[in-house]
Write a protein that binds this ligand. Structure first.
Ligand SMILES: [Zn+2]
Length: 293
């Protein structure tokens, strides 16, 4: 490491929470409300921490779904746009995806906390220059800023496995899933923070991608406690999104992944550290299989 980079290495990392999808997985209204309340309580218990929610339209297009998202806005959290259908851009046309962005708006635009922040489903931002740049121009035209993720992870996959286990054995001890989850997030947060320092010369204000699911209903409080106890500072999402990194438009293909991943890729200097996709179930499956989770 060069001498000029040393002072930066002492910076305490800062991280904000972002919660995606609002997939209720068929939960009853009572269970869905309880999950929503548990997530909100975990945040408010940490000095009233404010997150950003990125709901998907077809998950929340009901009185129940809208009321759950509205609670986030009323509690002071940001509400961004994650499309109506959560389509994977490589499988859809520019026209389909851009119309799907607009299709979500009527569901959330009058809620407190609505912000024109956009996040691509699965962080896939276009596989050709034309498709990538058409979406960038479309979002700009509609006054959207990018709700990039800096710390990507696979909480959705750990949750999927936990739900499958709970469906078999209601009395499953979830503590082994908790340990796996906390280790996974800590590992990924450090990977992306290290990459940020190496590729950008600084630790950016991070945005952690996690989901509205059972795993976080059970363990979001532990996640927040872990980051604090290890010296990271929890910050509000609104503060995080002021970091100039969220205005970057990396010139890579396929476009997407964590914004740190993408900017590191763009330099051409870190390819040995950059697997594709950045995060996925394929990396966690063998480890979870081995642990019997
Ligand atoms: Zn999503």
């Amino acid at each position: 490491m060069s001498k000029t980079a040393l002072p930066l290495s002492d910076e305490k990392p800062q991280i904000a929470i972002t919660i995606d999808d609002f997939n209720l997985f068929g939960a009853s209204p009572e269970v869905a409300r309880k999950r929503n309340r548990a997530l909100l309580n975990a945040l408010s218990a940490r000095s009233n921490l404010k997150a950003a929610a990125f709901p998907v339209g077809n998950n929340i297009d009901s009185e129940l779904g809208k009321s759950l998202v509205r609670e986030w806005g009323e509690a002071g959290h940001m509400i961004g746009n994650h499309t109506y259908s959560h389509w994977f851009y490589p499988n859809r046309s520019f026209h389909e995806l851009s119309q799907d962005v607009l299709r979500l708006e009527p569901l959330i635009k009058d809620m407190p906390g609505f912000t024109k922040l956009f996040r691509f489903p699965a962080l896939k931002e276009g596989d050709t220059i034309e498709r990538r740049d058409k979406m960038r121009a479309f979002l700009k035209e509609h006054n959207y800023r990018m709700g990039y993720v800096t710390v990507d992870a696979s909480d959705w996959y750990i949750d999927q496995r936990l739900r499958a286990r709970l469906a078999q054995e209601l009395k499953t001890d979830a503590s082994a899933y908790k340990a796996y989850y906390l280790n996974h997030l800590w590992d990924r947060a450090n990977f992306y923070d290290d990459l940020s320092r190496k590729a950008l010369g600084r630790s950016v204000k991070h945005t952690l991608l996690i989901h509205h699911n059972i795993l976080n209903e059970l363990f979001l409080g532990d996640v927040l406690g872990m980051f604090q106890s290890k010296g990271w500072r929890l910050i509000n999402a609104q503060d995080a999104f002021t970091d100039p990194v969220f205005s970057a438009q990396p010139n890579i293909l396929p476009a997407g992944e964590s914004i740190i991943w993408a900017l590191a890729k763009e330099t051409g200097k870190f390819n040995v550290m950059l697997r594709y996709p950045g995060e996925d179930s394929e990396y966690e499956k063998p480890k979870m299989d081995k642990l019997g989770l």
